[in-house]
Design a protein around this ligand. Structure first.
Ligand SMILES: Cc1cc2nc3c(=O)[nH]c(=O)nc-3n(C[C@H](O)[C@H](O)[C@H](O)COP(=O)(O)OP(=O)(O)OC[C@H]3O[C@@H](n4cnc5c(N)ncnc54)[C@H](O)[C@@H]3O)c2cc1C
Length: 488
């Protein structure tokens, strides 16, 4: 039987592998010239840059795809665990090295901020408890199935409901647990993992520090794009065929079944099963006609987007590690601005430089910086004007904190704005993570992984359950495949 996957984002590639394992003859149609969507890569003036994701968590979800195919992941895909997950900088020259090891991290925070190390350790333990009792339910299972709610995982979680902090915001939980304003800011920043606002997102999202400090962060040997390229190679070994520059413009259907696709060239392809990896909003808006729209899903608030500067930098920045965060002075004002569609005068800057650890990413004596600032999703703002303001402030802020002239160190540059993210990856309004998680019901309003109307149509990727980010997009493919029939 034939299966078609629309989109070669990381969720689409994982779905192609899993669908092939169910016995289907799988073809992926991707509108871009290459695979990966947000997790793609480009080169400029001798520098290699990962386009989007820079933080790699939960590598086991990549490994298990190799294992599913009877291969040893270590024969094809290599990564190392990072000892330092992030270096944090503040304008007043406070600095903190966030060690992956929870005790080392707690002690470092205690030393820098003159607080009790147990306070930090206890916050991490509370985070881990949330993960232990809610992770499987919300990340690995379909939420619309009764079997999920009757499972042993739910029964063991029920007595822990009070510890899930569902009725407080993330910020309120962090404030209660950590008290020191800079530590609260540091733990609030985990809301940006899925493009949410810590002052509105539910307290259960304080589960996120577990990923960094208890499970760990990782770096693929060849940078983030290794995830995409090694999974595409695995898919090809499973017989999956990829067609690039092949934009799907119509999904054909009769009765309760989808029957195939039409490309923008006019070419049609029949299918017994279709997996959609394109943003679910665009799927209903552009790719399928004469169907009932899932209105509640489509009206959910979008996650934040970003402005990214890819800078080839001359010099040696020893104070920086792989991941670095330069905090704003007023985090609340920063999120209020994002909520209202702007970027505050002072804002947090993320700097990642894989060339510090990956050979051949940048010419001798230089580094490849991925510099990201959270931005609202696109509402028609004047992004070119924003770019020059954000660039100026970023250079001034970082130069001052590092006591270095960053302006003259920039050797090559490229930018990515919310409307360009939409054009390049088909992400509605340029949102990085689909819908936001700013409500405790957000998980329930995300689109499910199987269609309600068509028995052979499935959905994967960051815009559907369980949500945005590389690990969750990989999990969406696992949940979808568990719902698919085997090929006969
Ligand atoms: C700047 C940035 C930073 C990020 N940082 C992180 C991070 O540090 N860690 C992390 O885990 N996540 C991060 N993310 C989020 C993560 O990249 C995404 O959640 C994940 O990659 C989404 O995967 P996906 O499967 O939804 O596919 P996408 O990457 O959204 O790709 C969808 C694909 O479908 C294709 N497509 C769309 N419409 C059609 C059509 N009609 N026909 C054919 N093809 C079509 C698109 O061209 C695209 O290739 C970041 C994202 C960005 C942009």
């Amino acid at each position: 039987m034939r299966a078609i996957v629309i989109g070669a984002g990381i969720g689409g590639i994982a779905a192609a592998i899993r669908t092939a394992r169910l016995g289907y003859d799988v073809t992926v149609f991707e509108s871009a010239p290459g695979p990966g969507g947000k997790l793609s890569s480009f080169e400029q003036d001798g520098f290699r840059f990962d386009r989007g994701p820079s933080l790699f968590t939960m590598p086991q979800y990549v490994d298990e795809l190799f294992e599913l195919c009877g291969e040893n992941p270590r024969d094809y895909f290599h990564y190392r665990r990072e000892e330092v997950v992030c270096r944090y900088f503040w304008d007043d020259m406070d600095r903190l090295i966030a060690y992956a090891d929870p005790d080392l991290f707690s002690q470092e925070a205690a030393n820098v901020f003159n607080v009790d190390a147990h306070l930090v350790r206890k916050a991490l333990d509370a985070s881990e408890t949330k993960y232990t009792y809610s992770g499987k339910i919300f990340l690995e299972k379909p939420l619309h199935k009764l079997s999920t709610w009757l499972s042993k995982d739910v029964l063991t979680a029920i007595p822990r409901l009070a510890q899930m902090d569902l009725d407080d915001t993330m910020h309120a939980v962090n404030q209660r647990q950590l008290k020191h304003p800079k530590l609260v800011q540091l733990f609030d920043r985990f809301a940006t993992y899925n493009g949410s606002n810590p002052y509105r997102a539910p307290g259960i999202l304080t589960v996120i520090p577990t990923f960094e400090h208890l499970i760990g962060t990782f770096l693929p040997k060849g940078g983030m794009f290794d995830i995409t390229s090694s999974l595409v190679a695995l898919a090809k070994r499973q017989g999956v065929k990829f067609h690039f520059e092949s934009k799907v413009q119509n999904v054909l259907h009769t009765g309760t079944r989808v029957t195939g696709i039409e490309l923008n060239s006019g070419e049609t392809h029949k299918a017994d099963l279709i997996v959609n990896n394109a943003d679910v909003h665009f799927f209903y808006q552009n790719l399928i006609k004469d169907v009932k729209l899932p209105k509640r899903t489509l009206t959910q608030e979008r996650s934040t987007s970003a402005i990214i500067f890819y800078w080839g930098i001359r010099g040696d920045f020893k104070e920086l590690g792989l991941h670095n965060i330069f905090f704003s002075n007023d985090y609340k004002a920063e999120f209020e601005a994002l909520q209202s569609g702007t970027i505050a005068n002072d804002f947090t800057v993320y700097v990642n430089a894989t060339s510090k650890y990956v050979q051949g990413e940048a010419p001798e004596g230089t580094e490849n910086w991925f510099v990201m600032v959270n931005a609202p999703y696109d509402r028609g703002q004047d992004w070119q004007k924003e770019i020059s303001r954000i660039r100026e402030h970023t250079i001034t802020k970082l130069s001052k904190i590092m006591s270095k002239d960053l302006r003259s160190a920039i050797q090559t540059e490229r930018t990515w704005t919310p409307p360009e993210i939409q054009v390049d990856t088909g992400s509605y309004l340029g949102a990085l993570y689909g819908t936001s998680s700013n409500s405790k019901f957000a998980a329930f309003f995300r689109h499910r992984n199987e269609s309600k109307q068509f028995e052979n149509l499935f959905f994967v990727g960051g815009s559907v359950h369980p949500g945005g980010g590389v690990p969750l997009a990989l999990l969406s493919a696992k949940i979808a495949a568990d719902l698919m029939p085997r090929s006969t």
